[in-house]
Write a protein of this length. Structure first.
Length: 278
């Protein structure tokens, strides 16, 4: 019992899920796994930046039909989330590879990733509805953008400091605990359920951060890059929860400033132009 208690305490103090204390992958396999993450994330970022340059930063859904919006949303999600969800994903896929081979391995891997992306696609539906509403409001009442932006920063700040964020972040920062739980999942569609479960917690962890894309602009590359860094550090740094709180306080400050500072609201201004210089 004492040994078990010590192990739990050591796990809770682990400086990072992929660090020496995490024990998820050997150093050589960890390096190869992160190389794979880079190979997937870089093209996703290239495609996202290319689309952003063509579309610019505008209010609402930028005139996109729902299928195209969801395609861009999933691409953006892959670019932003893949590095931070990699520890659990890579280790689970490695376990799939040990138990299966050939088409079965590929099918199970696709099933897991499909479940994860399905959750983010569902969140994309909510984002599309919210952006469509805010776009219409700004189009009819341009001055409303300031208050929409203030409300978005307020919601994001409160969420960052709230209990749901803490629960989801704690889950995402404990990959070993997740893997132990997932090992108890049974068929049918085990890998799909694992992907859905992990994706749901990932959405819960990042929902507040994604809300600020309403005032900052969904295709604002600088904002996406900044949020991706925050998400990565929150999940993998030993002081990630502290960072989450600091970011929440910053968002609350921006909520106070937003009605008086138009430069904080590029995604809610009709006059925003494409980012040709990026």
């Amino acid at each position: 019992m004492r040994h078990l208690r010590s192990s739990v305490l050591v796990s809770a103090r682990s400086p990072a899920p992929t660090g020496a204390g995490g024990g998820l992958l050997p150093a050589r396999e960890l390096a190869a796994a992160w190389s794979l993450v880079v190979l997937i994330a870089v093209p996703a970022w290239v495609l996202t930046v290319a689309q952003a340059r063509d579309m610019g930063v505008e209010p609402g859904t930028m005139g996109l039909a729902l299928p195209l919006f969801l395609l861009l949303w999933v691409t953006m999600t892959a670019a932003m989330m893949l590095p931070s969800m990699a520890p659990v994903a890579l280790t689970w896929v490695r376990g799939i590879g040990r138990r299966t081979s050939g088409w079965s391995r590929a099918g199970r891997t696709v099933e897991f990733l499909g479940g994860y992306l399905l959750v983010w696609t569902a969140f994309g539906l909510l984002a599309y509805a919210a952006l469509n509403l805010t776009g219409d409001l700004v189009g009819d009442h341009p001055a409303a953008g300031r208050w929409i932006g203030a409300a978005a920063f307020l919601v994001a700040g409160l969420y960052q400091l709230g209990p749901l964020k803490n629960v989801c972040l704690r889950h995402c920062r404990d990959p070993m605990g997740q893997l132990v739980r997932y090992s108890g999942f049974r068929q049918p569609a085990r890998d799909l359920r694992v992907g859905l479960h992990h994706g749901a917690y990932c959405v819960g962890c990042c929902a507040g951060l994604m809300v600020v894309l309403v005032p900052l602009g969904v295709m604002n590359v600088a904002a996406m890059a900044g949020l991706a860094i925050v998400i990565f550090v929150e999940k993998l740094w030993s002081r990630g929860p502290l960072l989450a709180g600091v970011v929440g306080v910053v968002f609350l400050g921006l909520a106070v400033l937003a009605p008086f500072q138009d430069w904080l609201l590029p995604g809610l201004r009709e006059s925003a132009h494409p980012m040709d210089g990026m």
